[in-house]
Design a binder for this molecule. Structure first.
Ligand SMILES: *Cc1c(COP(=O)(O)O)cnc(C)c1O
Length: 385
């Protein structure tokens, strides 16, 4: 056992200390004006989000999951509709589809970047069309672990197939592709401000970005019970899907430090790459992109070695997490919504071999060195054994 304090996978106490007085001042301002629902910080945050990546409209909402739900509700997605999405993602991407009575169609991912595999997507669309039971409507691209999905190909497939393209950017706000910040790759982009995401609040939160003014108005209505021009004009069925003013205030304080955090994350990722590339498979960069590094996942040759490494790291005070132990189509909640004769071999294999190391801006250089030394120590022991 290491004598030093255990390293945190997410270090919110340190984060608060680093953000310091500006964070408290933002919170105190809200406590003073008491506009806890749709207070002035909401509009301020929405303009800051637009300015950040050039999106025409930003609509802050209650969570990344509700953001996905509202985008699908706006398109009236429902029973009989097929929504294509990667099998290797967080459950939220798929659950909203089933909540609306539509059918998720799971697509395999690329073995090197873990992003949706366009060739498999094209096959899955063709087979759903051939069955003539479901109507293909939407593709949800997911910017997994902080890196962009293959947006250029996804846009081409969506256009050719006359499908709507949306972006689940919950893990990748702050990432860029070809020099531009993500947020305008699809008709609508959804963000999450869950505390562990690159731009995390201190509670739940999310946003929808779009360049389409009509859809933006629709999302604003949906997040407030389907309201019309006044609060008591009810145009449609909506949600209580607003972001809290307090969360907007916290996010505004955090946005001031966000670029610096992204730089720190990238510097740590580069140190891991250099130190570990001979021992494990380090994350392959999506061409032309800069990751937001929500998650730094390495690959081991097999489950036995991965599990042994995870146990060893634990003893050394280094936490690690498996994202995701099982692809969605193998989860109990989704099994009946997937044709079991269709295998998605990459997604099915990754859960046994993948492991995420701690990566966040609060890690000190010394802690990064300890994490690297722990991985190296494990392989030295393996070789010695
Ligand atoms: C976190 C996450 C979500 C959901 O965001 P919440 O704010 O937790 O509702 C959706 N999709 C992906 C890929 C995520 O990682």
């Amino acid at each position: 056992m290491s004598e030093k304090a255990p390293i945190q996978f997410l270090d919110l106490p340190r984060q608060q200390a680093r953000l310091g007085a500006p964070l408290r001042e933002r919170i105190d301002t809200v406590l003073a004006h008491c506009k806890f629902v749709m207070g002035p910080e909401i509009e301020e945050l929405e303009s800051r989000l637009c300015a950040y990546n050039g999106a025409g409209h930003a609509i802050s909402v209650s969570s990344g999951t509700d953001a996905l739900l509202m985008v699908l509700m706006a398109e009236e997605i429902g029973p009989g509709d097929a929504v294509f999405l990667p099998a290797f993602t967080y459950t939220a991407t798929a659950e909203v589809v089933l909540l609306l009575g539509a059918t998720p169609v799971f697509v395999d991912v690329d073995p090197a970047t873990f992003q949706i595999d366009p060739a498999n997507l094209a096959e899955r669309i063709a087979s759903i069309r051939a069955q003539e039971e479901l109507e293909p409507r939407v593709i949800i691209g997911v910017d997994l672990f902080g890196q962009p999905a293959p947006w250029e190909v996804l846009r081409r497939i969506a256009a050719e197939q006359d499908l709507l393209l949306m972006a689940d950017c919950a893990q990748a706000f702050g990432a860029s592709l070809d020099g531009r910040k993500l947020g305008r790759e699809a008709l609508a982009t959804t963000l999450s401000f869950f505390p562990s995401k690159p731009l995390g609040g201190y509670g739940d939160g999310g946003a929808i970005l779009t360049d389409d003014a009509e859809r933006a108005a629709l999302y604003r209505s949906l997040r407030s019970h389907g309201e019309g021009r006044t609060r008591y004009e009810v145009l449609r069925i909506g949600l209580n899907g607003r972001l809290d003013t307090l969360q907007a205030a916290i996010l505004l304080a955090k946005l001031d430090r966000f670029e610096e955090e992204l730089e720190r994350r990238d510097a740590i990722a580069c140190r891991y790459d250099t130190a570990l590339s001979g021992l494990v498979v380090t994350p392959q960069r999506v061409a032309g992109s800069k990751s937001a590094w929500a998650i730094y996942s390495i690959l081991l040759p097999d489950a036995a070695l991965r599990n042994a490494l995870q146990a060893y790291l634990g003893q050394e005070g280094v936490p690690s997490v498996v994202y995701y132990p099982k692809p969605l189509h193998e989860q109990p909640a989704y099994a009946e919504h997937h044709d079991e004769t269709i295998t998605l071999p990459v997604s099915e294999g990754l859960g046994a071999r993948i492991l995420a190391l701690p990566l966040h801006p609060e890690l000190t250089d010394d802690e990064v060195a300890r994490i690297i030394a722990a991985v190296q120590g494990f392989f030295a022991r393996e070789r010695g054994a």
